[in-house]
Design a protein around this ligand. Sequence first.
Ligand code: BT5
Length: 239
Amino acid sequence: MKKIHFDEIDSTNTYLEKNYMNLPDLCAVYAAIQTAGKGRLNRKWESGRGGLWFSVLFKNSEWSPSTLQRVCSMASIQTLIRCSDKDKTPFGLKWPNDIYYKDKKISGCLQKNIFSGSDQICIVGTGINVNNAIGEELRHKGVSLKMINDREYELTDILDKILLKIERELEAFDEADLHERYKNYSIIKPGTKVKVQQFENEGIMVGEVLDYPTDDIRILSDGKVSVFKAGDVTLKEWE
Ligand code: BT5
C-alpha cells in the first residue's frame, strides 16, 4: 500500500478529502501530530505526538463503505491484541467502530464517503493511542497501548501490520467470516442494555439491543423497536 507521511497535519482524513483525485486506491496517510483531529458528529480527536493517526483511501472499491470500515477496525483490533504483551481478552469492539480496553477507549474510527460523478470514494480514518500521553480530561475514558503494557511501541511497525491485514482481508474477502470475528469481539450483543443519544444535548433513550449491530442498531425500549444508523447516534453507556 502506498504510504504518505507528515510530521504535522490538520487531519489525515481532511488531507484525503482534499487530495483523493490525485492519489491511488489503497493509499494510506499518517501523521505524527494532527492539529485538528476529527471525531464523529463534529467532535474533536486528541492527536498528540506518540499516537498512530492514519487514514486509508478506497477508490471505487467493490465493497461497501460499512464493509471497508469493518475491515479496518478488525485489522486494528487484531493487531492491537497481537502487539499487547499483557492480558489480551479485555480488548473489544464497541459499535460502531471503537476499540475499547476494559472500560476505556484506545481507538476510534471516522469514515467519510464522497460520491463525485462516477467516483465512489471512501476514507477510513483511525486513531490509536499508542505512546501518546492521554490528557487529564480524557484519562477517565481513554487509554493507550503504553499505559497497558508499560513500554513504548514503534508506530510504523503497528501501522504496517494493520495495513497488511487490510490488504490481505480484501484479497480473500469472506464476509461471513468477518461477521463471525466481529461478533466475537463485539462488546454490544443481543440483550446488552444501552443508553443511546442521537445528538448532543438531546434526550437519552434506554433500551435493550436486539441483535448484533451492523450498519444499524435495533433497540427495544418500552415495548417499541427503534432503529438507529451508525453515523447518527452515540452509545453513552452499556452493560
Ligand atoms: C472517534 O470519534 O472515535 C473517531 C476518531 C477518529 C480519529 C482519526 S485519527 C486519523 C483520522 N483523522 C482525523 O481527523 N480523524 C481520524 P468519536 O466517537 O466522536 O469520539 C470522539 C470523543 O472521544 C471525543 O469527544 C472525546 O471524548 C474522546 N476522545 C478524543 N480524543 C481521544 C483520544 N485520543 N483517545 C480516547 N478518546 C478520545
